[in-house]
Write a protein that binds this ligand. Structure first.
Ligand code: A2H
Length: 253
């Protein structure tokens, strides 16, 4: 971990009932996959959620009604940050693996897609954020390549039991314009750098560097309540909207 603290927004991606049998003991509660993002202004363009198939996750009690699914490490951090009902204690109700999460139906804040699915991403780090990542392929090179891999490789889908209808109908949604990169900046940069797959680590670092800076300084919102506004002005407004409406919480590490 770096020396500078990283401030994330945890997006509460609600699991839509009926729950799978493994989740029976959580019946009657509101269950959320808690995705850590640095780009809350991109949530309009979500196409899916990412989990690490072999990752270890848990369902943690946050308060009387809410349960968050995330890594144990991040649940403990959250408890110390007093988001949890019992400060400094993280109660794990159920241990889960990433494989248990693949295929969950989700309803996520601001998303134009009303229902999205939890899908496998092989490059998720378990020592960063919550181990849950929300996918915005228009603006994130990692998300763009991981979704492209799943769409183009039938073998990858079958390996993880991913149904075609969880992936194939979900197209990239333009949400931000960047003068030099257009309305689908991640696609353009991945194409220009000739990135082959989600495992093309070095080139993806470069793609992220290019889009992240430009998106923040020159990007403009194409959609939503702050349409037409510069990304750097809209970002704190959208973050506050998500926090004030209880659709997200802050998390730092
Ligand atoms: B970002 P930083 Cl649109 N493993 O959210 C891998 N990646 C993770 C992660 C983990 N455990 N936890 C969070 N992330 C991703 C949106 C987004 C993001 C866009 C564009 C760029 C971008 C939608 N995905 O990140 O290393 C999350 O994806 C570019 C870096 O802590 C989170 O924000 O700086 C970002 O990486 C946090 O990365």
């Amino acid at each position: 971990e770096g020396v500078q603290p990283q401030d994330y927004v945890l997006i509460k991606m609600e699991v839509i009932p009926p729950f799978p049998s493994k989740f029976k003991m959580l019946e009657g509660r509101n269950i959320f996959l808690a995705a850590a993002t640095l780009r809350p202004e991109t949530m309009y363009g979500q196409t899916n959620c990412w989990v690490l198939p072999e990752g270890k996750y848990g369902a943690f009690e946050i308060n009387e009604t809410d349960v968050f699914i995330l890594t144990q490490r991040s649940a403990l951090n959250l408890a110390y940050q007093k988001v949890s009902r019992v400060p400094e204690k993280a109660t794990c109700l159920l241990e889960l693996s990433g494989l248990d999460l693949i295929g969950l139906r989700l309803k996520s804040p601001l998303s134009f897609n009303q229902v999205i699915y939890a899908l496998p991403m092989l490059t998720i780090l378990t020592d960063k954020g919550t181990g849950i990542v929300t996918s915005v392929p228009s603006d994130s090179p990692d998300d763009y390549m991981a979704l492209k891999d799943l769409k183009s490789k039938e073998g990858l889908r079958s390996k993880f039991g991913v149904k075609d209808e969880w992936v194939l109908p979900f197209d990239i949604i333009p949400i931000i314009n960047i003068p030099d990169f257009g309305d689908k900046s991640a696609e353009k940069v991945c194409h220009d750098l000739k990135i082959k797959s989600q495992n093309d680590k070095e080139k993806l670092v470069e793609a992220k560097r290019l889009t992240y800076l430009k998106g923040f300084t020159d990007g403009r919102m194409l959609v939503g309540e702050f349409k037409g506004m510069k990304v750097q002005e809209a970002k704190p407004l959208i973050k506050n909207l998500l926090l004030e409406t209880g659709q997200a919480v802050v998390y730092s590490e």
